[in-house]
Design a protein around this ligand. Structure first.
Ligand code: C5P
Length: 210
């Protein structure tokens, strides 16, 4: 079984997807980490994430260790990730890995949960359960701001909100696999919901499709 969890950053996809995978004993793939890993390597080699040739070469040569790079979740990497993610050959280079993870999950698991932007629309249009999480930009920025402060980083809320809007715009307006809910996705607005409430609602959707 494939569970697709899509939505903008800060909507709670990662937390939800990880918990669903744990409860169902499914494999979990954070597909944003792939784009982040590409951006992080390009940046560390002094390259420009928006440069197609450089980013594509890195995407084709990606290894699992790249997903554990120290700066994977920094703001610079986040912005870089949404730039490499707008390049068609980069998306193409990462597609096979995502699809085989979903259809043949590691560890012989009976299913996989993937979170990202285009799982229900492009990577796994055949997914049995599709969830599309949203939340107001202010609430998503508040969560992201708290996450940065909790990690001991300096962050200004207004700046976080501005950068989040910029990344939303880039992810939604690009022509390659833009951020959009699949027609058969269940929409969940998490603005006023606790993590627990989101989890219960999502789990009910998944169980109803099993
Ligand atoms: O989900 P996360 O914020 O880690 O993703 C980082 C960036 O990677 C996003 O802003 C988006 O541009 C890109 N991405 C994507 N497709 C996915 C997952 C992430 O384009 N399936």
């Amino acid at each position: 079984m494939i569970v697709a969890v899509d939505g903008p950053s800060g909507a709670g996809k990662g937390t939800l997807a990880r918990r669903l995978a744990e409860r169902l004993n499914f494999a979990y793939l954070d597909t944003g980490a792939l784009y982040r890993a590409v951006a992080s390597r390009v940046l560390s080699e002094g390259g420009n994430p928006a440069d197609e040739k450089t980013a594509t070469a890195v995407a084709r040569a990606l290894v699992p260790a790249d997903m554990a790079r120290a700066d994977l979740r920094s703001e610079t990497t986040s912005q870089g990730a949404s730039k490499v993610a707008a390049l068609i050959p980069v998306r193409q280079a990462l597609l096979d890995f995502q699809r085989s993870f979903a259809t043949l999950p590691p560890g012989n698991k009976e299913g996989a949960v993937l979170d990202g932007r285009d799982i229900g629309t492009v990577v796994c249009p055949e997914a049995e359960a599709k969830l599309f999480l949203t939340a107001s930009a202010e609430e998503r920025a508040r969560r992201r701001h708290k996450e940065l402060l909790d990690r001991g980083e300096k962050a200004i809320y207004a700046r976080v909100l501005e950068e989040m809007r910029e990344r939303d715009r880039r992810d939604s307006e690009r022509s390659a696999a833009p951020l959009v809910a699949a027609e058969d996705a269940v929409l969940l607005d998490t603005t006023d919901l606790s993590i627990e409430a989101v989890f219960e609602k999502a789990l009910a959707v998944v169980l109803s499709r099993m």
